[in-house]
Design a protein around this ligand. Structure first.
Ligand SMILES: NC(=O)c1ccc[n+]([C@@H]2O[C@H](COP(=O)([O-])OP(=O)(O)OC[C@H]3O[C@@H](n4cnc5c(N)ncnc54)[C@H](OP(=O)(O)O)[C@@H]3O)[C@@H](O)[C@H]2O)c1
Length: 311
């Protein structure tokens, strides 16, 4: 039985993506990964009740911990699972309140949004189906030309992003920049990984869900802004382009990753259902290579742990 793995399915876009995946892939096994097994199991029951899907489960995975990621991989290998048909790297955070660090000491936005899905993807490649899809939930905020109101990304090596120098800048600005930069890193990864997988049928794509107010992404915002995010911003979708409900964006993400309609897409950036160019920086092959090499070095991955060439 083929398997679909979705990270960050306990809320927001990932939850809706899992619901749609359950509808379009009734015979596939769907594994939702979650930090909290109790929350994950209740999501599984909820989606199974709504869709009648019989092969849904949840497994523990904390993306702020490299040992949790390698333990997750080990559990899949123990189950002799080999047919991963889709990996949807959707989980993410936007931390604008204070600088925090993952269990391994990496700045948390960079650690959870870039290093973790990068590591997870490399470790899972040996368990993937030959025609698998790998999809990263990125964001339009990676592109300064989109004028999203979020600080523009500044790309540095993985090392400098993982261990940022002390900043005297306002934390919300530094936090926004870390977020937009982590999303740029997702897209740099998509292009570099797809190039390294040229001789395979595995397809790697990036997805911008648009602005999706009301999700848990604003959890570090001040209380008033959280209320605006939840109750005011959703109305913007009637006036502003590319503002969506979690339901719409989650469905589009699942379609991109799992539907035959997107089999052609390799190394592409999608805004919703539309393939568009990503930012100028995202196509910079020096950035792509530097991010790849510095991430590999930081994570200490060995060639025998993955099937893609690390060099
Ligand atoms: N909402 C938007 O406007 C928007 C726009 C562009 C891109 N995005 C991207 O869309 C993705 C989903 O965001 P969302 O808006 O749906 O936000 P959300 O409701 O907060 O969902 C985030 C998901 O990531 C999970 N997660 C966070 N930290 C984790 C960790 N350390 N380990 C494992 N899972 C973790 C959360 O799990 P818990 O329940 O355990 O916290 C949750 O399931 C993110 O990558 C985000 O950057 C969102």
């Amino acid at each position: 039985m083929k398997t679909i793995i979705i990270t960050g399915a306990t809320s927001g876009i990932g939850f809706e993506c899992a619901r749609q995946a359950a509808r379009i892939a009734p015979r596939n096994q769907i594994i939702l990964t979650c930090r909290n097994l109790e929350a994950g199991n209740s999501v599984v029951q909820n989606i199974a009740r709504q869709t009648g899907h019989q092969h849904l489960s949840c497994m523990q995975l904390d993306l702020a911990s490299l040992s949790s990621i390698s333990a997750f991989k080990a559990q899949l290998a123990e189950k002799q699972l080999t047919g991963i048909a889709a990996l949807i790297n959707n989980a993410g955070i936007q931390n604008i309140a204070k600088t925090q660090y993952t269990n391994d000491g990496f700045e948390s936005t960079f650690g959870v949004n870039h290093l973790a899905p990068f590591y997870l993807t490399l470790l899972l490649l040996p368990l993937m189906d030959g025609n698998a899809s790998i999809t990263f939930t990125a964001s339009g905020v990676h592109d300064p030309k989109q004028k999203t109101g979020i600080e523009a990304p500044v790309f540095k090596s993985a090392k400098e992003l993982a261990y940022p120098a002390e900043t005297y800048e306002k934390l919300n600005l530094a936090g926004q920049r870390r977020y937009s930069t982590s999303k740029l890193c997702n897209i740099l990864t998509v292009y570099e990984l797809q190039r390294r997988l040229t001789d395979t049928n595995i397809r790697v794509n990036a997805f911008d869900p648009g602005l999706v107010p009301g999700t848990g992404l604003a959890r570090t915002y001040p209380p008033l802004l959280r209320l605006v995010w939840k109750y005011v911003f959703p109305a913007l979708r009637y006036f502003v382009p590319n503002v969506n409900t979690a339901q719409n964006s989650g469905k589009r993400l699942a379609d991109l990753a799992c539907s035959a309609d997107y089999q052609y897409a390799r190394g592409k950036y999608f805004e919703g259902t539309k393939e568009i160019p990503s930012s100028g920086d995202s196509y910079n092959q020096n950035f792509q290579r530097l991010l790849w090499e510095s991430s590999v070095a930081l994570l200490g991955i060995h060639q025998n742990e993955t099937t893609v060439s690390l060099n």
